[in-house]
Design a protein around this ligand. Structure first.
Ligand SMILES: [Cu+2]
Length: 158
């Protein structure tokens, strides 16, 4: 017991240091926090949160009904997906790749936010083993405007 406590403790401390370093990197990169609202039973939503964290974002998750949040934040019905997020004054609807969010934050276009309508197969959090990823648009939307911000195939730019 005594002999193993030393190395075990070092391992835990190394883990803590790694977590703290990751936090510092996220702040150094100037990434604002992402606030996600999702249904507690939504598995793909949780996988998308993991995708964002792996990309360096700090993410807070609120579990509850998503439709009132979409309505309040101005997500058009036909652009709706499963989860809804807010980051840096923008709305992010659905399985938007982290790279597109970073570009949004860097470019600061005049818009409500980004949406990936529906749930395309292969988008971050929607990977399905053995099924070819879809090609899909990341839509930049405002109250009266829409444009294709990026086109992806799976997790990669198409
Ligand atoms: Cu989903």
């Amino acid at each position: 017991m005594r002999m193993s406590s030393g190395p075990a403790r070092r391992f835990v401390l190394a883990g803590l240091a790694a977590v703290m370093a990751t936090g510092r990197q996220a702040r150094a990169a100037g990434l604002p926090e992402v606030a996600v609202t999702k249904d507690p039973n939504c598995g793909c939503c949780g996988k998308w949160v993991t995708h964002l964290r792996e990309a360096g974002f700090t993410v807070t998750v609120t579990e509850g009904p998503v439709d009132p949040v979409k309505a309040r934040l101005g997500v058009p019905r036909d652009l709706a997906s499963c989860h809804t997020a807010q980051v840096g004054g923008y709305v992010v609807e659905g399985h938007v790749p982290a790279g597109a969010i970073k570009r949004l934050l860097a470019e600061q276009p005049k818009a409500t936010g980004l949406a990936v309508p529906g749930m395309p197969i292969g988008s971050p959090g929607m990977e399905v083993d053995g099924i070819e990823p879809d090609t899909y648009d990341v839509v930049l939307f405002g109250p009266e405007t829409r444009s294709v911000f990026a086109r992806y195939r799976g997790a990669e730019l198409a």
